[in-house]
Design a protein around this ligand. Structure first.
Ligand code: HEC
Ligand code: HEC
Length: 200
């Protein structure tokens, strides 16, 4: 009886150990692209910041890559092997990281970016970003954190929205953001991307 209970405990511990080892190995893998502290990395593609990201948003995007609602061949391959438990563990880990913003965005139009972020552009039907993403850019639930995000990554997403997000027949959360991305001009995208890139 005692022996059986002991064996069960040992097994449970081994399983926990293996799961933790699995998580560590996965994190190392994510960080080869997304940066050692999840701050993002500028390689051949910009690798987005994951640090401080809302767990629900992160999980939703991983599902979107798997279901090809969001097209990216690299992330589709990375995501489709992750178990739901692993996805949750990764999301919690990244939420708790808080490195400084990657930086490097031009500073010339930060004031314009701040105005767009806080007040929107009423004449172009662009709502205030802060209304959804929060004044500090931290996001909530399925609305992403934008604070500290890489400048070129943000520009890429906003200017390519209709091509990479909300693909397939089902309407998903990307539809909430689609009209705003569509109504921003290139220079407005650059200004607001620079502004959020410096938010901590
Ligand atoms: C080989 C490089 C590479 C690896 C490894 C990698 N990623 Fe990515 N990841 C990318 C790229 C590139 C993008 C941007 C995709 C795009 O432009 O849509 C991305 C995007 C993402 C996004 C969307 C971020 C956002 O703000 O919308 C999430 C979430 C993500 N990766 C999580 C992970 C996790 C978790 C791991 C580890 C299990 C991982 N990635 C491993 C390259 C990588
Ligand atoms: C009505 C709410 C709402 C408003 C207003 C809004 N957003 Fe969003 N935004 C969202 C949601 C929801 C998502 C997640 C979309 C998805 O799931 O694909 C998002 C996603 C994004 C992303 C992608 C982030 C990433 O990591 O890939 C960027 C960039 C973005 N928004 C920028 C902005 C900017 C800039 C403004 C203001 C001009 C703005 N948003 C206004 C709701 C909003």
């Amino acid at each position: 009886m005692l022996t059986a209970a002991f064996a069960v405990t040992v097994h449970a511990e081994e399983r926990g150990e293996a799961a933790r080892g699995g998580l560590e190995a996965k994190l190392d893998y994510c960080k080869t692209c997304h940066g050692l502290s999840g701050q993002g990395y500028r390689g051949y593609f910009p690798m987005p910041r994951l640090a401080g990201q809302q767990p629900q948003y992160l999980e939703n995007q991983l599902r979107a890559f798997i279901e090809r609602r969001r097209t990216n061949p690299i992330m589709a391959n990375v995501a489709h092997v992750l178990s739901p438990a692993m996805v949750s563990a990764l999301a919690v880990h990244f939420k708790n990281l808080d490195p400084k913003p990657f930086g490097g965005a031009p500073r010339g139009s930060l004031a314009v970016g701040k105005r767009i972020y806080e007040d929107g552009i009423p004449e172009a039907n662009v709502p205030a970003c802060a209304a959804c993403h929060g004044t500090d850019g931290k996001g909530q639930n399925e609305i992403p954190r934008l604070a500290g995000q890489l400048y070129d990554y943000t520009i890429g997403q906003l200017s390519g929205w209709a091509r990479v997000r909300g693909q397939g027949s089902a309407i998903d959360t990307s539809a909430i953001m689609a009209p705003t991305a569509h109504n921003l001009s290139r220079s407005q995208v650059e200004a607001v991307a620079a502004y959020v890139g410096y938010l901590q």
